[in-house]
Ligand binder design. Sequence first.
Ligand SMILES: Nc1ncnc2c1ncn2[C@@H]1O[C@H](COP(=O)(O)OP(=O)(O)O)[C@@H](O)[C@H]1O
Ligand SMILES: [Mg+2]
Length: 419
Amino acid sequence: MPRETNILLAKEIAERQKAEEKLLDSQERLSQIIDGNSIPTFVLDKNHRITHWNKALARITGLSNQEAVGHDIQWKPFYTHKRPTMADLILERASEKEIKRFYKGKYHRSALLEDAYEAEDVFKWEGKDKWLFFTAAPLINRTGEIIGAIETLQDITARKEMEKEILAYQEILETNVRERTLQLKKTYEQLLHAEKLSAVGKLAASIAHEFGNPIIGIRNFLKGLKKTATMDQDDTEMLDLAIEECQRVKDLIGNLQDFNRPTSGMASPIDLHKAIDDMLLFCKKNFKERHIIVTKQYAPNMPKIHAVADQIKQVILNCLNNAQESIAARGGNIRLTTVIKEEQALLHIKDSGKGIKEDDLIYIFEPFFSTKPAVEGTGLGLSVSYGIMKKHHGNIAVTETSEHGTTFTLSLPLPLPLK
Ligand SMILES: Nc1ncnc2c1ncn2[C@@H]1O[C@H](COP(=O)(O)OP(=O)(O)O)[C@@H](O)[C@H]1O
Ligand SMILES: [Mg+2]
């Protein structure tokens, strides 16, 4: 019997040796597979100690295989203090809550591997942001026990940077589209506005034409009546009032006709600065009474503009009057600046008045729009000015307005083509 036992024992020993060799073999092979893999990978045993730390991982983390294996320092390249990696959490069969605590909003269950988790996170390495995508899965033996965990990492910084770039581009694109839409809307509104003004202008001019002659006839008749008829005091006063009113209507009609009258006067080369100075002279007395100080800054070498002098002067005067009227009794200032810009002569008329309300801005160039008491404002000044500037291929616009004042800018082409 002992002989048989010996044989059995020897067989057993031989088998064990074989098995051990096999095990060593397979461990060796596993090491080689992991080490030769280009995907940064590490493996933990069930005591959270590193059993494998491959070359690819050593390269990206700077922690060598010798330093890592046998220790539980898998956190070190990634965090400033000791805390579980995804592989550690898996080893402990950590609850979702626990995983969430460490990887809030950054992890999800793997779609490919049961019990595996994936996450992406950003780490600061050598002062630079590095994005890593990592997958951790349990290693399970035949009886279903977790005996270790494997974690692989992928550097996805390039992808993340690309995403960021794309997002930035998208944002730029969106802003561009938004700006363009706004511009288009504004242009459309301006077009509508210009069309409306021109239609109203034509209507006003034709009405003025119909009324113009009869009103002069009526006035002349009333004047004649006053000379020949004998009337009591009251009637004479009434007649005077009627004549005055006729005059007022006639003036109004004159203004209305200006609004759309084709350039009737002769266009000639005029000195813009002289035209301004002429009108300032006109306003001098009023400005003084209202304590308004005028300052000027004229562009040197301003070429002559080709325009109908009276009409341009009328526009300037309208603007000066409006500026003066916007300034309260205690006084203020008006600044006149001329600039040559892109083959245009610009005149900025800036006042320190009360400004124009945003709601009013779209109406101010319309005939009869006025915020002034009935006797003071006819609401024709700006609409007439607008008509004149358009006929001169120029423009008039509010370029700035706030409670501190308003700037109107007149622009005229240099040199000016006239139709
Ligand atoms: N410089 C200005 N500051 C403030 N409001 C102004 C100015 N210029 C024009 N406005 C506004 O535009 C309106 C229209 O001006 P306008 O056509 O000249 O008519 P009016 O002067 O007879 O009211 C004014 O009633 C006023 O509300
Ligand atoms: Mg006015």
